[in-house]
Ligand binder design. Structure first.
Ligand code: SF4
Length: 461
């Protein structure tokens, strides 16, 4: 599988017996890209270090979504350098793109690679000679970044993550992603179908479609996200697709209707709302109002009553007064959704949001966040409860040692049962029981049989 440049110019003898450690911060897309880097290095002969081993190379894929993420990235760099003395250290990702020069001056860092160089880690390892002064950095201004770095990887889980799109042209006022990842771009559908086929040939059964603003797919190739969905649905061997996150204004009724009757697209949506009041949505420069969002949820429910719907919300953005938060809370409470992903607003240099009046104190952000997390838990538990006693098809993942085996139903309910390795990476028809001890998953009362060859979607009975 060729996700990256050929290794013709690289002296692979340097990598003999070398071990690497990887650390990822941030979004699913970053995790997917790290897995691709790992695979690239493995194919050049660099083994992934086992727990407790000292690595020769450390790769950090950074995030810049919040101040906290940047701070954590610097902490991780220092920790990895302490734990792996003498290791060659590479930092890439969004924080690397935005602060390449600064990061190259962090003690022990050898190479910093901007967003368009993520696929070139191997080329920049050179002869693994550590830099005595500060490190080198390679990043071009984000506005000039136009290339698409492919990524389709399994990582250490059963699911594959297929990157279909990168960058964003939306420029929401609070967000740094367009400054770090550049303009919206995508490869041709035919290239992505090929990658899905390769994943199937390797035994992959489930693919999560990832990107920054995936509903925007097609801008650079004159295609559409709907066409991509239809073409991927036709790839033999892939039994399940999940759409990682899609802007509500780009989630068309056509996509929703297609997913409802498709062979392999799961009844599972992740839709960012970000704010539950029209006033705050306007301040954020989001491209929809709450009425449109509510209509999308109603449409999904009309054609897929059992679908899992996850929703992102940011609390404490500038301009979100107490009254507007109350309004948002009531709006979200009234939505028929399955779970919330709650984020606290973080001030980011260079964003337009900094010009908005009405900063919210950290204590108030914390209070709002707690309220929404509690609401999310109520909604998730109520959603799970609906399926206790019903039959479902679960794709089980490789468990960590000593842990129960776990997986997800087609509509994204987490399921656990005692470990049995014959279920790993298999679609298994089960009867769902009650909650596990910490209520994070449902248990299994009966294993009915394997369902890999059958329809992967469940009709709950
Ligand atoms: S849609 Fe808005 S929040 Fe999402 S990546 Fe683009 S600018 Fe950021």
């Amino acid at each position: 599988m060729e996700y990256y440049p050929k290794l013709t110019m690289i002296d692979k003898t340097v990598f003999k017996d070398k071990k690497a450690k990887y650390f990822t911060l941030g979004c699913k897309l970053n995790f997917s890209e790290t897995a691709t880097i790992e695979r690239q290095l493995q194919e050049a002969g660099i083994r992934t270090a086992r727990a407790g081993e000292i690595a020769d190379i450390c790769v950090i894929n950074s995030c810049a979504v919040t101040q906290e993420a940047e701070k954590k990235c610097r902490q991780v760099i220092h920790k990895l350098i302490r734990q792996n003395p003498g290791a060659f250290v590479v930092v890439t990702g969004c924080y690397a793109q935005l602060s390449a020069e600064r990061l190259s001056k962090e003690e022990g860092v050898d190479v910093v690679l901007g967003i368009d160089k993520k696929g070139e880690v191997l080329e920049h390892l050179g002869r693994l000679e550590k830099h005595t002064e500060c490190g080198e950095w390679f990043a071009q201004p984000t506005k000039d970044v136009r290339n698409f770095v492919h990524s389709c990887s399994r990582g250490d889980r059963t699911r594959y993550f297929l990157k279909v799109q990168d960058g964003c042209d939306y420029f929401c006022t609070y967000c740094t992603i367009p400054f770090a990842r550049g303009r919206s771009r995508n490869p041709f559908i035919s290239e992505l179908v090929e990658k899905a086929r390769m994943a199937a040939d390797e035994g992959g059964k489930e693919i999560v479609i990832t990107g920054v603003n995936i509903g925007d797919f097609g801008k650079s190739t004159g295609e559409s996200f709907t066409s991509l969905v239809k073409e991927l649905d036709g790839v033999d061997g892939i039994l399940r697709y999940r759409i990682s996150s899609i802007e509500p204004n780009l989630l068309t009724d056509e996509i929703i209707d297609y997913v409802a009757k498709s062979r392999s697209f799961m009844p599972h949506f992740h839709i960012p709302l970000q704010a539950g009041s029209d006033e705050v949505l306007k301040l954020m420069h989001r491209r929809y109002e709450t009425a449109l969002f509510a209509a999308k949820i109603a449409k999904v429910r009309e054609v897929m009553p059992d679908a899992f719907i996850g929703v992102d919300v940011i609390v404490g953005t500038r301009g979100e007064s107490e009254e507007l938060f109350e309004q948002a809370y009531e709006f979200i409470k009234g939505l028929d959704i399955s779970q919330l992903h709650v984020f606290s607003y973080s001030e980011r240099p260079g964003t337009k949001a900094l010009k908005i009046e009405g900063a919210v104190s950290p204590a108030e952000k914390h209070r709002r966040s707690k309220l929404l997390i509690a609401l999310s838990e109520e909604k998730r538990i109520a959603f799970y409860e609906r399926f206790v006693g019903k039959e479902a098809v679960v794709l089980f993942e490789k468990p960590r040692s000593g842990m129960p085996i776990g997986g997800f139903t087609d509509n994204y309910i987490r399921v656990e049962m005692p470990h049995d390795k014959c279920f790993v990476n298999r679609l298994v028809q089960v009867r769902l029981g009650g909650f596990n001890e910490d209520k994070s998953a449902l248990t299994v009362t009966e294993v009915i049989g394997f369902a890999d060859m059958a329809e992967s979607k469940t009709s709950f009975s």
